[in-house]
Write a protein that binds this ligand. Structure first.
Ligand code: ADP
Length: 649
């Protein structure tokens, strides 16, 4: 069972874990990554690459606090990688601090390495044929148990140094003692609960967790007086955390001339070599495998030192503490400790999808044609084919494919635009029907009344003229509406010529400007004589400014000030302003101004097409229209247009 789990709240669906998981043990559900516990090998890669800390490992910290407070004898066994992991204290200070926390004894796991390396030498001498694979790295063991069960019999049937130490402590030291291993690896947490070695170790802490425990108790290991490790004394076993360490203790080399001993570290190489061993392509006698680059590269060492520097620290510690005679004596003393173990395979069978299933997924994500398979890796899988297989197996989702997702978004956007267009069209049709139907209904009533009264000769000349007048008004309204509609609908490309904007404005004002006099509106012209001409359709621009000026005048029924201003901006653009001191426009209405048929004017006075028409014309002239308004104070419409600087004046 895996001890890694996902905090879905924190997961951002970046697929970094999918990309980095060597066991394909991450499943995407609703865009978020989850660990598939049966497939996970607890290598910790997903935890290291998750920037949002959504991937977490179960912690034994609470359990260890309990052990320390309830058990008289709790022994700490420290991984041989500790000199590379805990840089702020000397080895003896670490011992003292652990004792301060409540551990009765502190031992080096490296002695377990001394013992098991002798076992390795023995089985290597006895082995025939198939390559022996080292079984110290729990992530390698878990990978084989789950993904290469055919290689289980290749695994050296020997416990890891950690379990060896647990057995030494429980068999020779105190059967009641509780053993806590401290190291750089979370796969140890699963290893120690494996039913094939259960009982030797009671809890596992990472270096990061032990630092936290020191901090919680206010212990600074660098301040403590040094104390000696207890238990049997290791020698070269202290090199075990380095990838070639086991070979050094066994006194064999991975001599490339002989090529019968392979020492491989790092997940990519390990996976490749396991595949080759399973295929029967490797003739070596012994493969020493580490999922990380040795334990000194374990996921829970939190300093920035390079592998080289870490190696140096381990080597220095080993050199300066060597006592081979003492180690030999201790090995003699513990030679009868049972170091055997067996391995059990785990069924994580996932049905292989059929070719048709894979093809149908490739079809959905648009990757049937190999030319479109970019294998971009953004989904976390190395190839489109791999993604399709995982989708068929229910481990991944089609939305993980970015090119597919982009296409889907584009299609959705087009659908939305289409839907919006249809809605606007519907609103417009309803408005037209309403506007046209009302006057027609009126005319119909008056024609009927007229006909009835004429047939009964029950009508005077005056009444008849009244009816006809009313019909005239209604029909004029309809005709005006139709004219406006035609203007709006006429998307004709402007007939461009060089146009003097000041002249356009004068002409536009001439159309309805007399109304300003009647309403006591003061008209101010600030028309710059220096502005360049613009390439524009004179008539269409006149229509724009007529609409703006008429709106401004209508907004000032009680009089006010209308300013018509032209200028040239710093950016060289022409700026034309129509400013009034009228009623102003509410914020809500400002958003609707250019929507066809939006009007606040009373029936007969406005149809709500003036600004929609103006907007369309300015757009076609590649200009822009802006409005600024304060309710009760006034409104300014500003139009920006490209000036033709070649033709001044
Ligand atoms: P209409 O004039 O037929 O109503 P428009 O499209 O020209 O149609 O104007 C739409 C609405 O915008 C007007 O009904 C009015 O509410 C508002 N509006 C336009 N210009 C002004 C302005 N200068 N001051 C206040 N409101 C304005």
């Amino acid at each position: 069972m895996s001890i890694v789990h996902t905090d879905r709240e924190k997961c951002q669906g970046c697929y970094a874990c999918v990309r980095n998981c060597p066991a394909k043990a991450i499943k995407i559900r609703d865009g978020l990554a989850e660990v598939i516990v049966e497939r996970c090998i607890d290598c910790g890669k997903c935890i290291c690459v998750c920037v949002t800390k959504a991937k977490q490992a179960e912690s034994d910290v609470e359990k260890v606090w309990q052990l320390l407070s309830h058990h008289p004898d709790v022994v700490a066994v420290v991984s041989s990688s500790f000199p590379a992991a805990l840089l702020d204290c000397k080895p003896g200070q670490l011992v003292a601090s652990l004792r301060k926390l409540g551990f009765t004894d502190v031992m080096e796991a490296a002695f377990g390495a001394e013992l098991i390396s002798r076992e390795y030498v023995r089985i290597l001498n006895e082995s025939e044929g198939r390559p022996i694979i080292s079984s110290n790295c729990p992530a390698v063991v878990a990978y084989i148990a789950k993904y290469y069960p055919s290689l289980l019999s290749n695994l050296a049937p020997i416990v890891s140094p950690t379990i060896a130490m647990g057995r030494i402590i429980k068999q020779r030291y105190n059967a009641q003692a509780k053993v806590v291993f401290i190291g750089p690896c979370i796969a140890k947490k699963t290893e120690t609960t494996d039913e094939d070695v259960t009982g030797a170790v009671d809890a596992v802490l990472t270096f990061v967790e032990i630092k936290q425990m020191f901090a919680d108790r206010g212990i600074n290991p660098g301040d403590d007086e040094e104390q000696e490790f207890s238990g049997p004394k290791p020698d070269l076993g202290r090199l075990f955390a380095i990838s070639g360490g086991l070979l050094k203790v066994m006194d064999i080399t991975d001599d490339i001339l002989q090529n019968d001993v392979i020492s491989v570290h790092g997940q990519d190489y390990v996976l490749r070599i396991l595949g080759e061993i399973a295929q029967g392509d490797i003739n070596a006698r012994f493969a020493n495998l580490y999922f990380c680059h040795g334990c000194i590269d374990g996921p829970f060492i939190d300093n920035e030192l390079s592998g080289f520097s870490r190696k140096g620290l381990i080597a220095r510690y080993t050199r300066s503490n060597a006592d081979p005679i003492q180690t030999e004596n201790d090995i003699e003393q513990y030679a009868d400790i049972d170091l055997n173990r067996k391995f059990t395979g785990q069924n994580i069978y996932l049905p292989t999808p059929s070719e048709e299933e894979i093809q149908s997924v490739l079809e959905i994500i648009g990757k049937v044609d190999p030319n479109y398979r970019m294998d971009c890796g953004s989904c976390g899988y190395a190839s489109c084919q791999e993604l399709a297989v995982s989708i068929s197996q229910g481990l991944a989702e089609v939305n993980m494919c970015w090119p597919y997702l982009l296409k889907k978004l584009e299609a959705t956007q087009e659908d939305l635009i289409q839907a919006e267009k249809l809605t606007s069209l519907g609103q417009m049709a309803a408005s037209i029907a309403h506007e046209v139907n009302n006057p027609l209904a009126g005319v119909l009533i008056y024609t009927k009344l007229l006909a009835k009264n004429i047939s009964t000769e029950n009508i005077g000349k005056e009444k008849s003229l009244d009816y006809l007048n009313k019909m005239d008004t209604e029909l004029t309204r309809s005709s005006k509406l139709i004219r406006n509609l035609l203007d709006f609908a006429r998307q004709s490309t402007p007939t461009l010529r060089l146009v003097d904007i000041n002249q356009v404005i004068e002409q536009a004002f001439g159309v309805g400007g007399h109304q300003a006099d009647l309403q006591n509106i003061k008209v101010i012209r600030e028309l710059s004589p220096d502005i360049p001409k613009v390439m524009a359709d004179f008539d269409q621009l006149q229509q724009v400014f007529t609409n703006l000026i008429m709106n401004a005048i209508q907004a000032m029924p009680e009089g006010g000030k209308l300013t018509l201003r032209t200028s040239i901006g710093n950016d060289g653009q022409l700026k034309i302003e129509v400013e009034d001191t009228g009623s102003g426009i509410s914020q809500e209405n400002t958003r609707k101004l250019y929507t066809p048929f939006f009007t606040t004017k009373e029936k007969g006075k406005g149809v709500g097409l003036g600004l929609a028409v103006a907007y369309g014309i300015i757009q076609r002239h590649h200009g822009r229209i802006e409005v600024q308004s304060t309710q009760g104070k006034g409104t300014t419409f500003t139009i920006y247009m490209e000036a033709n600087h070649a033709e001044k004046g």
